[in-house]
Write a protein that binds this ligand. Sequence first.
Ligand code: BGP
Length: 488
Amino acid sequence: MSFQENFLWGGAIAANQAEGAWNEDGRGPAKTDVTTGGSVKKPRYVTFIDKDGKPGKVINGQPIPEGAKYAVLDDYYYPNHDGVDFYHHYKEDIALLAEMGFKMFRLSISWSRLYPHGDEDQPNPKGVEFYRSVFLECKKHGIEPLVTIWHFDTPLYLEEHYGGWNNRQLIDFYVRFATTCFKEYQGLVKYWLTFNEINNTIMMLNLFGNHAGDKEHQQGYQQLHYQFVASAKAVQIGHEIDPNNMIGCMICGITFYPGTCDPQDIMANRHMWEKSIFYCGDVQCKGKYPTFAKRLWNEHHVQLDITEQDLEDLRNGCVDMYTFSYYMSSIETTHETDDMVSGNFAAGARNPYLTYSDWGWAQDPLGLRYYLEMIYDRYEKPLMVVENGLGAYDTLEEDGSIHDDYRIDYLRDHIKEMGKAIDNGVNLIGYTTWGCIDLVSAGTGEMRKRYGFIYVDKDDQGHGTYNRYRKDSFYWYKKVIESHGEDL
Ligand code: BGP
């Protein structure tokens, strides 16, 4: 049997994409409240621009706070404001996850629910209580929570008044927030992730291609450095508060292949791995910047604000486990191609050996095994796949059923490859599929891009009953968990 009895089978969601209740019980607005929703209706970033295209002074009759970059527009539907209303449905949702036999449920804590502006001294008691109730509910059902401390949702106030992660002060605000989480939920939560897909800052630089020059790289690498230090300090505090805590990094995992055997391609592909995948993993797992970091910085004349104390913090704040998302592979080539595909923060040539999802993401289960085996050899830390799944259109039939055999096929193929990696010696301890309950897409703001075992009746404009329905994959995954991954 590949999967041990204590293997942590489960699923994952994120606060900003699921909770809703964006301004209830004292929660402050988060960056993601106004920036998700690209293809639904409006541009992703709602900025204060006046008629002449210059930074505006007034919007919707309201004066703009000094230094503000984002606006909440009355006539626009923000999908994250309601999410799938997990805030009011969590008991029902966790009961459904328990019915499938979940051992682990990954979710995130909304920073602005605990610290509405992000820079307060004391947390919002109602926010603290909400997550306590959620974790108690998990405990009642014997489900281990896996908590992401930051899932893209920096409080909007910190963005507007401090410049977000460009500012070193964010380290202290984050550490205060993380410390509150470790203290308040000690005994209820053991598994933690400091930053979701921390390498996305780099992925975004890659995506912008030639448009991302020295200035953007300087900014990106500096933001990342502050996040690395914040993460390392959080790891140290988390261990002091409870030595049982298992704290992980979380990397956006993509398997990159060279487009041809041209040595230029082989080298370009290796550099892609270093920049996109190893740069963050090395700092968080080994506690220091890798040798190739110098080359990356020099390419863009990057000069980082790094103190001796930062370096010591990085050394003392190595993570206990490596976790990652995996949806697809991508091709890196130096040759001209007019058949490009993009998905999940990566763009590359089309791979003729693979099939693609409706959103153009390459389906590559073997790529998952490649990633698992390579990363385990590099770090030799326990691994978890904390996001994996197929974003697809689902149809709710009149009798309330949803026949999502395409999703079952995708997950089955990936689980098989995980099993083989385990047989080959990889210490894989958990698997939480993405969006186990349908939720708002982070990339597009759509509801119709669904990942779940549980269907939520809500459309792209926010209409619907928010009722929950079991998909065919719900019954299938229950069987998979029951049989410890044998009955696929
Ligand atoms: C990851 C994010 C998730 C999630 C997922 C799927 O990058 O960590 O928040 O949303 O991708 O992406 P999408 O929602 O764009 O389909």
